[in-house]
Design a binder for this molecule. Sequence first.
Ligand SMILES: NC(=O)c1ccc[n+]([C@@H]2O[C@H](COP(=O)([O-])OP(=O)(O)OC[C@H]3O[C@@H](n4cnc5c(N)ncnc54)[C@H](OP(=O)(O)O)[C@@H]3O)[C@@H](O)[C@H]2O)c1
Length: 210
Amino acid sequence: MPRTRIHNFSISLDGFATGEPQSLEAPFGHAGQRLHQWMFATRYWDPSGSAGVDDAFAQQFAPGIGAEIMGSNKFGPPDWQDDESWTGWWGEDPPFHTPVFVLTHRPRPALTMGGGTTFHFIEASPAEALAAAQEAADGLDVRIGGGPTVVRDFLSAGLVDHMHLVQVPILLGRGVRLWDGLEGIEESFEVESVTSPSGVVHLVFTRRTD
Ligand SMILES: NC(=O)c1ccc[n+]([C@@H]2O[C@H](COP(=O)([O-])OP(=O)(O)OC[C@H]3O[C@@H](n4cnc5c(N)ncnc54)[C@H](OP(=O)(O)O)[C@@H]3O)[C@@H](O)[C@H]2O)c1
């Protein structure tokens, strides 16, 4: 059975997955790049990077994935819909290489990029978006790419099978929190954790089948 997966989703000790305010100049607000320094230091990101625990987890991002679902605030800064030329943060060849379904209340026609990425802009419930992404994924898994609002909505709807979180030892104090409204969510999952020498903790949530 195809699964719904989350990878490399980084949160601060106090549970924030982005800072504030989000803008064109600062996509993660006051968090800057601090949530993802662990990943930039890996071979996955940089050929001269480390090949240890962090790299082993980071490398799981793409294999077996046939489509991604992301939120509007991951795709662009506030009100990117007003800019017809906005094609996302990632340039001509985005790192997805699959269909990507962007959840937005202001949809626009699909956008075909290089390298196999096509952005589809849809207004849909999590279950409807997942059905569309599963059809596009053609038997492969669907990744929920974030941000935190969308991850939270898919967790609330019970639609996530596998979630890899990276707890980064920083305190952001403000931003968008992942965990709000998800009290007791761990009871639906087997949870394993691996501490990395880099200081981050990898948390793997696998949906219980019993
Ligand atoms: N820490 C990490 O690993 C990580 C990973 C990915 C992204 N991020 C960061 O997270 C931030 C974005 O997260 P976020 O929580 O602010 O927002 P988000 O989850 O990216 O997007 C939420 C927005 O998507 C639209 N949306 C959500 N559900 C919808 C639905 N069912 N139908 C139609 N539209 C829907 C709405 O926007 P509209 O009403 O405007 O259309 C909503 O405000 C960015 O800073 C990004 O860089 C962090």
